[in-house]
Design a protein around this ligand. Sequence first.
Ligand SMILES: [Mg+2]
Length: 238
Amino acid sequence: MTGTVASVKPTVLLFDIDGTLVTTCGAGRRAVERAFEQRHGTKEVLSFSFGGMTDKAIVRNGLLGLQRPFAGETELQEEIEATLGSYFGVLAEEVARTRIRIHEGMERAMDMAEAREDVALGLGTGNMRKGAEIKLGAVGIYHRFTFGGFGDDSIDRPTLLMIGARRGAGALGVPIEDCRVVVIGDTPKDVAAAKVIGADSIAVATGTHDLAELRGCEPTAAFATLADQGAETALFGG
Ligand SMILES: [Mg+2]
């Protein structure tokens, strides 16, 4: 016997960031708002919930709310990129002055995943890769995720999750068809996106949605936190 533990099937884990791995105590929202104020002189167009949205979708939504005419999709895309460019600098400032918290059960889940040879530990997040690095780097866990699907990959959550899943299968050296993919997230959008790509989903009520609401979305499993009994089986199969 070696020290490693076998899972039921090669498993790709895709962790959401905000509300799931960590809470940024509003630093993410404040950074988007400040970037908008810098470039567009207002943050009023951002009065919607960012939960489960990709960074690009948030910025796009905000820009369209300005009711400023864009010459076309190309100009809109350029402004999305420019606004995100401002956002990274402001995010680093906001994160530096905020105490980012890692949610209960997450470090243990990462430890367990790393102890299993047939598990790939990745991110499935609407954050741009650079934003993910700023948020998770602040609590010293960014380096633990060797791959992921990010906001850079697509504005669309199912698409970026699928890209992340393929990268995870590549890291395990097995075809994606042979893998169990598990999306861990805190919003109905995470659960819905997992279903679109045929992945299992674990919902955690550590964000703004409570357990009853998340259960109503019929994820594969739902927990108050990932420290709850049953989470290990949900993650790695039984
Ligand atoms: Mg989230």
